[in-house]
Design a protein around this ligand. Structure first.
Ligand SMILES: Cc1cc2nc3c(=O)[nH]c(=O)nc-3n(C[C@H](O)[C@H](O)[C@H](O)COP(=O)(O)OP(=O)(O)OC[C@H]3O[C@@H](n4cnc5c(N)ncnc54)[C@H](O)[C@@H]3O)c2cc1C
Length: 502
């Protein structure tokens, strides 16, 4: 019998486990479908080497449908550390207004002033340790590449940004900032500071804490509407006083649906009895649509270098959403041995449209169907297309333009007017790999799945706390916000156990 059992050892789950297991009187278990590597010395290189993402060796093998005409791979980490163990290590916070808007949508206690202490607590910022909005003692080390460590395309990107009149931005996590500068990143040299490295390594020596790997949860166990534990596909059961789902935005809703929490029609279609009619499960999928401006370049590219180092955050003309656009310089593209290429990526950061996730079957190994419906909302399409135009300016101006042999995509011969680019966005937009919102937090209404404490409505002793509970995607890559969610919910369970029936 565990006091707290957490499902999913990813960004949020590892943070929750670390915080909750600080109470030495509780037995805390952390279940993970993928493998666990307790020692850095035994950790495979794809998880350590943050120069590039790990796409295959520790992946769920999912696919998604970003637009009506596209289907592609949708990577998600399957290992302790979760997606933070395979990702690009960009460590960016959302805009203060994102969290204030969450609060306005019924997430009491999640406004900027509420979440800032958690953002500070999770980080050890090596560059701005004394800034009032940064932390210097948290588990996740963050630094930015100094100018002399930037690869030539990134130095050129910043120089071209200067020529295009974007201001220099030394710290993209300064809440008042915008402009072009080095990315804050949770890496040290090659070493990816994942949730497994930052949170689990120091916590796993605690005698009250178990990490149980290679344990894929099939469903929750119930006594009436009280969640009493979980069952794995291997047939093992684990009892707990409180279960916390942190399996990520694609898998937490699947576990809920397989366990009878969801739209009753969908649940019945899976051959499962409804425990709670929670219609928001799988709805409200939010993400960052992006396109790739693909360039042939004059210099050879080295695939064993940091894939990204710099960022431009800025606001679309006429938009009331500050920093709703990003342009990112990617160091290399294509394949080793192919023509030398890089990408400049326009990304929409504030998304109005929503997609959906559904589960076609409750069988083991059945993947969710993920439909993002990118750029079907005209406001999204217009701003992303405008961002592509702004990105194309980088191929025409300054030192970056001088590195480019030819722009392969979009093909200027087929037109690059705003309307042409809108057409491309509707067809070819892809995900920034930041799905969230599929078990939305909020005040009790038709779509909210969890309350502001993370407790699932209409059942007892069940919490969801990961990217699924975000009301919408913040204007930043999502990993730091997932750590923040883990910090917020983990601390709340530890310090207010009575709210969770503990
Ligand atoms: C390739 C890639 C690159 C990315 N790059 C960045 C970046 O540079 N910066 C950034 O901010 N964000 C990035 N992201 C997104 C970011 O990593 C995620 O938003 C974040 O890690 C999600 O955290 P989470 O806790 O919600 O889920 P995850 O970290 O995905 O954790 C979920 C965990 O639950 C486990 N699990 C799932 N189902 C079960 C089950 N049934 N039983 C047991 N365990 C289960 C999974 O194996 C996984 O370990 C990237 C993502 C990917 C995939």
């Amino acid at each position: 019998m565990y006091d707290v059992l957490i499902v999913g050892a990813g960004s949020a789950g590892a943070a929750i486990a670390a915080r909750v297991s600080e109470n030495p009187h509780w037995r805390v278990g952390l279940l993970e479908a993928g493998p666990d590597y307790p020692l850095l010395a035994d950790t495979p290189d794809d998880l350590i080497n943050s120069h590039n993402n790990s796409y295959r060796d520790h992946d769920w093998g999912f696919e998604y449908e970003p637009t009506a005409v596209r289907r592609d791979r949708f990577p998600r980490g399957r290992v302790t550390g979760g997606s933070s163990a395979v990702n690009t290590t960009i460590a960016l916070r959302g805009m203060p207004e994102d969290y204030d808007e969450w609060r306005a949508l019924g997430c009491e206690g999640w406004g900027w002033e509420d979440v800032l202490p958690a953002f500070k607590r999770l980080e050890r910022d090596l560059d701005f340790p004394d800034a009032e909005y940064h932390g210097d003692a948290g588990p996740i080390t963050i630094r930015r590449y100094p100018h002399d460590e930037l690869l030539p395309p990134h130095q050129a990107f910043l120089a071209s940004a200067d020529q295009l009149d974007y201001p220099y931005c030394a710290d993209a996590n300064d809440p008042a900032s915008w402009g072009a500068g080095p990315h804050p990143m949770n890496k040290l040299g090659r070493l990816r500071i994942s949730a497994a490295v930052g949170y689990l390594a120091p916590a796993r020596i605690r005698p009250n804490f178990d990490v149980i790997a290679d344990a894929e949860v099939s469903r929750l166990l119930w006594e009436g509407r009280r969640c009493t534990g979980v069952e794995t596909y291997a047939g093992d059961t684990y009892q707990a006083r409180l279960v916390v789902l942190a399996a990520g935005a694609l898998m937490s809703p699947c576990i809920l649906l397989r366990s009878g929490v969801g739209d009753p029609d969908e649940v019945a279609g899976l051959g499962v009895d409804t425990v709670a009619a929670c219609r928001g499960v799988g709805k409200n999928l939010s993400d960052h649509p992006a396109l790739a401006v693909l360039c042939d370049v004059k210099h050879p590219v080295d695939f064993d270098t940091p894939i990204i180092q710099t960022i431009l955050r800025y606001t679309a003309p006429g938009s009331d959403k500050r920093n709703d656009l990003q342009i990112e310089q990617i160091s290399f593209a294509g394949r080793p041995g192919g023509p030398p290429q890089f990408v400049i990526a326009p990304v929409l950061e504030y998304q109005y449209g929503r997609g959906r996730l559904s589960l076609p079957s409750a069988a083991q190994g059945a993947a969710p169907r993920v439909e993002n419906l990118f750029c079907e909302d005209e406001r999204d399409c217009e701003r992303l297309a405008g961002c592509v135009q702004d990105t194309l300016r980088f191929t025409e101006v300054g030192p970056l333009a001088e590195m480019i042999e030819a722009v392969r995509f979009p093909d200027a011969g087929r037109g690059v007017s705003l309307d042409d680019l809108k057409g491309l966005c509707r067809k070819f937009a892809g995900s920034g790999y930041h799905p969230c919102g599929t078990a939305r937090m909020g005040a009790r209404d038709d779509d909210a799945v969890v309350d502001p404490a993370g407790r699932v409505y209409d059942v007892e002793q069940l919490v969801v706390a990961d990217a699924s509970i975000m009301p919408f995607v913040p204007r930043a890559n999502t990993n730091l916000t997932c750590f923040m969610i883990g910090e917020m919910v983990g601390e709340r369970i530890r310090t207010n156990p009575q709210e969770y029936g503990l």
